[in-house]
Ligand binder design. Structure first.
Ligand code: TRP
Length: 351
């Protein structure tokens, strides 16, 4: 058994002990601006300070059971998106969840200490199940209902201290904290109790003005979109519906175009000027959108450059996944060793 530092943290190149991060994403399609502002930006900022495990959660896609191709392609796409935004596999570990079967093993044990009612009350899970059930081919796999348990195992397996994610993941982190405490109380200190960390823009609205940018909602600007695609999406964005002419006073608050300016345009003087003129009916939507498209394309240009570098070198992407996954497996085996002895699994016959 270890204390909160010790074997539960990784060593940096300089030899100092760093606390751990585990976070992840499901490999169901390209990453978008919402992922960036809600989570990736924090991952980038923290990757030097923490020993990071970035997980591609391919056990957690039972809602894609009829689309296994999408998922397998998604694994490489996510890794490429990560490299493109500047995550560094020399420093951090890119992990394919299903290649570390200890995730599944720990899930089975932890599910002993999570009640059915506790899962049924999870608001994120509830909303996702309602969404699944609303589709025509509605059927909710058992694995979908229990994915938060696996998410707890994902976080506890490397004994993470911090879990930076989008806001929708907070109920899963709360569950993880409960399970860690319960396990530690019952079996002695085994897992750090991890904290969550939500990004600067917890929930980015979609280009259509709906509550959340989503892969499947058709309202996303992807990190991999070409500049003409970005411009077209911005020019088609939902804006202030009460404004018919450029001379009408417009609403800035709650206007998705301005929310994106706030989130991604570093030229705050330009944004302030646009807001003032918009409120006063002295600027048209077209100019506001043109400036947003320019700001987004400037933000995405370095990402595009790194993407084309790695896109042309798929071996580098696969190597990053292989070495990160191998490291995670070694760490996972060590934790499972402690869990097995806490549960006395090798004690045949009992006391
Ligand atoms: N459920 C997360 C999502 O839908 C992905 C995920 C899987 C995750 N395992 C995780 C996030 C562990 C944080 C920690 O995006």
């Amino acid at each position: 058994m270890s204390d909160a530092g010790g074997e539960s943290a990784g060593e940096s190149a300089q030899g100092e002990v760093r606390q751990r991060i585990l976070t992840g994403v499901r490999p169901t399609g390209p990453l978008h601006l919402g992922h960036y502002a809600g989570a990736l930006e924090n991952w980038l900022r923290l990757q030097d300070e923490y020993d990071c495990f970035f997980l591609i959660a391919d056990y957690q896609v039972s809602d894609y059971a009829s689309d296994i191709d999408v998922v397998r392609r998604g694994v490489l796409e996510v890794a490429l998106d990560w490299l493109a935004v500047g995550l560094d596999p020399e420093e951090s570990h890119f992990v394919i969840e299903s290649h570390v079967p200890e995730h599944a093993e720990l899930t089975v044990w932890l599910s002993w200490w999570i009640s059915l009612g506790r899962l049924e009350r999870n608001p994120t899970l509830k909303a996702e199940i309602a969404e699944l059930e609303s589709r025509s081919d509605a059927a909710v796999p058992v694995a979908f209902f229990t994915y938060p348990v696996m998410q707890v195992a994902n976080i506890l397996l490397p004994r993470a201290h911090l879990v930076p994610t989008g806001e929708d993941q907070s109920p899963h982190i709360e569950l993880t904290r409960e399970v860690a405490r319960r396990f530690n109380r019952r079996f002695g200190y085994t897992f750090p109790v991890p904290s969550g960390l939500v990004g600067r823009v917890p929930r980015l609205v979609g280009t259509d003005g709906s509550a959340k940018m989503g892969k499947s909602a058709g309202n996303a600007i992807d990190l991999g979109d070409e500049s003409d695609v970005v411009t077209a999406k911005v020019m088609g964005m939902y804006t202030d519906p009460t404004r018919l002419r450029a001379t009408d006073p417009g609403h800035v608050e709650g206007n998705p175009v301005f929310m994106y300016h706030d989130a991604f345009n570093p030229d705050t003087a330009e944004v302030d000027d646009l807001k003032e003129r918009y409120r006063g009916g002295r600027v048209g939507d077209v100019e506001v959108k043109r400036k947003l498209a320019a700001a987004l394309n400037a933000f995405l240009d370095p990402i595009r450059e790194r993407r084309s570098h790695y896109g042309a070198r798929p071996k580098l992407v696969r190597d990053a996944l292989a070495s990160g996954t191998e490291h995670a497996r070694a760490v996972g085996r060590e934790t499972m060793g402690d869990v097995r002895s806490a549960l006395r699994l090798d004690d045949i016959g009992g006391a």
